[in-house]
Ligand binder design. Sequence first.
Ligand code: HEC
Ligand code: HEC
Ligand code: HEC
Ligand code: HEC
Ligand code: HEC
Ligand code: HEC
Ligand code: HEC
Ligand code: HEC
Length: 391
Amino acid sequence: MGVERQQKPKREALLYSVSCKAIAVGASLLFLCYLSGCAKTVSQDDTPLPEQIVSEIEQESPAQSSQNVVTVSYPADMAVMEYNLLSISLSLLQGSSDLIEVEVNSQIKTSIVPRRKVECLSVPLELGLNKINIIAKKEDRIADEVALNVFRRSDLVGNYEKPPAGFEKDYFHMKDRPQCAACHHLWEPAEADNKTINIETYAAEVSKDKAPVPADSSCYSCHRGIASCSFVHGPAFVWSCLTCHDARGEPKYSLKYPVPELCYKCHWEQKQQRSGKKNYHAPYITDKCCMCHNPHASENPCRLDRPVWLLCVSCHPGQADGRHVVAPYFWGTRHRKHPTRGIPDPSRKGHELTCASCHDPHASDFPMFISKYGPRSFDLCKKCHYRRDKS
Ligand code: HEC
Ligand code: HEC
Ligand code: HEC
Ligand code: HEC
Ligand code: HEC
Ligand code: HEC
Ligand code: HEC
Ligand code: HEC
């Protein structure tokens, strides 16, 4: 079950960067910690694996090749994932490889020099089908190869809502994973996972020297990738994972409260803003906050899953060209387009013009959630086009 291989691009190093505008000081502190790779719960490089565990790993392996140089302990073939990073744990026949490359859809995403019998890594997933190919090399020759398929699902992008037949969600924490618990803190969460955070005092607290150390969290050794983005959500930034996830939940680590109740536990002001508006955006009023906002981290402000413009046009492709802005106002100008991105927004200093320059993404008192100064149609346009009139 080899995977067709095309010309190989240059190796991509896994880049980690943790920084956040609002909490830059805390970020740089934690970043130092991060660089020092202080995954305390994980055993040292040369700790030998208990023999019993090794044989369990070998027996349970779903994806195994004939040569047995590489055995994939996790994930299972045909698994469904929601998240953009895939965790992989490999068990290796020692001395039979000097390089492990992981390809996703024929592109090398990461490579490591194996040092242990067990190697763990994570690779980014694309939406939809991901053909994962794990190649073990010895002196530049392929010693072994294991292929598996993973489907990354998405509520946001229509074609990827439903996985194809045969693919199944494999809840990691619903099974005892003795082959992982041998090295990772997995049975019971650590004390640090339960720390509480207060949104009022958060900004002041994380900038202090005693900002929490991510490695104190038992989740960190496996989920470190979840917070390595430019914009990290406060509670995830301090690895307070169990403020939202329930260690006694079913499935384990499911959410303590449904969204948006969960969000309102801290963002109580959002709950107040929610009532009394005349018009509500469908995904907002149906509580799909996480269709737009990532609860952990992303590369976009407000941790939007995509930059605003891309986010909006993933559901409204017809509005991308801006024709809809001018057409209703100027008769016979259907060909005319209004910019919707790529230039500064005259009404919001330092922001780019996007769909959110004219529409409130949540709700407003005006039709189409337009954000404007007054009740008349052209009041919106005046926000940007007649600014000189006012002083
Ligand atoms: C022999 C000990 C050992 C076993 C067994 C083990 N791990 Fe790991 N794992 C480690 C070490 C050590 C690291 C840290 C690696 C590093 O810092 O490069 C790690 C890191 C990870 C990471 C983070 C990888 C990344 O790059 O983000 C994940 C995910 C992971 N392990 C999952 C698992 C799973 C799932 C299992 C069980 C199938 C497992 N591990 C079994 C030792 C082990
Ligand atoms: C041994 C490594 C490991 C540790 C430790 C770990 N996880 Fe996970 N977790 C995984 C893997 C692997 C997945 C599957 C998704 C993936 O590939 O990243 C997962 C999935 C999840 C999910 C999605 C539901 C599921 O069961 O698939 C949640 C929620 C979660 N982890 C929360 C946590 C929290 C909270 C902690 C700390 C209290 C934690 N995890 C500790 C490896 C780990
Ligand atoms: C503010 C609340 C919140 C915090 C804090 C939080 N999570 Fe989550 N997490 C969520 C929500 C909400 C989802 C479900 C996302 C969705 O519906 O798309 C989720 C989903 C997940 C998943 C499954 C990803 C997937 O889509 O399959 C993992 C793994 C996970 N969280 C791990 C963690 C870890 C590790 C931490 C600690 C750093 C953490 N979470 C902190 C709210 C939170
Ligand atoms: C445990 C408390 C807590 C919970 C629960 C929580 N948040 Fe937050 N949130 C914070 C803190 C603290 C900040 C400020 C630091 C930051 O920007 O990350 C924040 C900031 C934000 C911001 C950026 C606000 C801004 O003005 O820039 C957004 C958006 C957000 N949260 C959305 C959510 C959503 C959606 C949920 C529910 C899935 C949620 N939050 C749940 C604590 C929480
Ligand atoms: C359709 C996508 C979408 C949905 C659904 C959505 N948001 Fe937002 N949200 C945004 C965008 C876009 C912004 C940034 C607007 C901007 O650029 O001015 C934002 C900003 C925010 C902010 C920070 C700015 C502010 O208004 O204070 C918070 C907090 C927030 N959202 C919470 C939530 C919560 C809670 C929910 C669910 C009840 C939710 N959002 C649902 C798109 C969405
Ligand atoms: C997850 C999908 C989704 C995303 C993302 C999304 N929308 Fe929507 N939007 C909808 C749905 C569903 C409706 C209601 C369907 C309808 O009435 O046409 C809607 C309705 C609207 C309407 C009113 C249309 C009407 O005819 O009443 C406007 C305006 C709008 N969205 C703007 C935006 C903007 C701006 C963004 C980006 C901040 C955005 N949407 C992001 C799904 C989405
Ligand atoms: C310069 C302001 C402006 C910008 C930028 C803008 N819109 Fe609009 N949008 C409007 C106005 C005004 C209307 C109402 C038009 C009408 O009265 O029919 C509207 C209507 C809509 C509607 C519902 C009406 C329809 O044609 O179905 C949707 C959906 C929508 N916009 C989405 C978007 C998206 C997505 C973007 C970004 C790609 C965007 N808008 C950018 C001003 C804007
Ligand atoms: C958020 C700011 C903003 C709002 C609101 C806005 N515009 Fe614009 N508009 C711009 C910018 C920026 C440009 C491009 C720069 C320029 O030509 O001045 C532009 C350009 C235009 C153009 C010229 C397009 C072309 O063909 O070159 C027209 C016509 C126009 N706007 C009409 C409108 C109308 C009608 C409204 C109200 C429905 C409106 N605008 C609302 C910012 C805005």
